[in-house]
Design a protein around this ligand. Structure first.
Ligand code: FPP
Length: 246
């Protein structure tokens, strides 16, 4: 039986993905990097749809990092054009599937066209409750933490009131559960400045598949791996077992 015909026993409430390997996918086929990104953008729809089918409540996709500005201007333009195309083409699908779109990152630094398309999509989907799709755009975990600390200082919050919860409430993901699972595609094994605070207890899954090849079957394989992990949150295995049987 195909993996995607069965639903893993335990699913993450919040799944975060580092979509990596578009360039290598294209190179392996003798194509341009832009073709890899185009195939990667197509795959966003596949994975969003599958996560929605599985009723995963929060999905966060790393679409453009603060470090991605170092890429050639032509490649940056391709990525932003794909983002606008995605927002235009997939908005009806997001609506039909009752998916709320959110962004994390310094959106105010994106080009005007993308900011406009984003604010429209955010507005149109704001009352959807079946799933939240966070697009990480111009996102970096370190800069998110700096921004949060600045906001806390600006608000004049008392030293004793600056707790982990307080800091979490000043992140882009305020009000959302931390990711239970972070998947990175393409075989690379690092977080690359992604959700640094929020991923403290996330299970990390590394898939060898390049992002455009990371289809529903690959997603199910990764989720099966997640379901097989023993999450302890610092407790002993005995404590975890007694917690379940209490
Ligand atoms: C990494 O591949 C991927 C990115 C830098 C961006 C991800 C973008 C997309 C999936 C397409 C657009 C997104 C949306 C939401 C429409 P890479 O270029 O670093 O690959 P490489 O490591 O093989 O070079």
């Amino acid at each position: 039986m195909l993996a995607q015909n069965t639903v893993p026993a335990v699913l993450p409430r919040h799944l975060a993905i580092i979509m990596d390997g578009n360039g290598r996918w294209a190179q392996a086929r003798g194509l341009a990097r832009s073709d890899g990104h185009r195939a990667g953008a197509e795959n966003v729809r596949t994975i969003v749809t599958e996560c929605r089918k599985l009723a995963i409540p929060y999905l966060t996709l790393y679409a453009f990092s603060t470090e991605n500005w170092k890429r050639p201007q032509t490649e940056i333009s391709v990525l932003f054009t794909l983002l606008s195309d995605f927002l235009r083409k997939e908005l009806p699908l997001l609506q039909a599937q009752k998916i709320r779109l959110q962004t994390i990152g310094q959106i105010e630094e994106l080009p005007f066209a993308q900011r406009t398309a984003l604010s429209h999509a955010l507005h149109v989907t704001k009352d959807n409750t079946a799933m939240t799709l966070n697009l990480a755009l111009n996102y970096g975990g370190r800069s998110e933490l700096v921004r949060a600390v600045r906001a806390i200082v600006h608000e004049g919050i008392e030293e004793e009131a600056i707790t982990e919860e307080c800091l979490a409430q000043h992140l882009y993901t305020a009000g959302q559960p931390d990711p239970d699972c972070v998947i990175r595609t393409s075989g690379e094994q690092r977080l690359s400045n992604y959700l640094l605070f929020q991923s403290a207890y996330s299970e990390l899954i590394f898939s060898q598949a390049y992002w455009p090849d990371f289809d529903a079957a690959q997603l199910h394989m990764a989720l099966e791996e997640y379901a097989g992990r023993k999450r302890r949150f610092g407790k002993t295995q005995e404590q975890v077992v007694s917690c379940v049987t209490d």
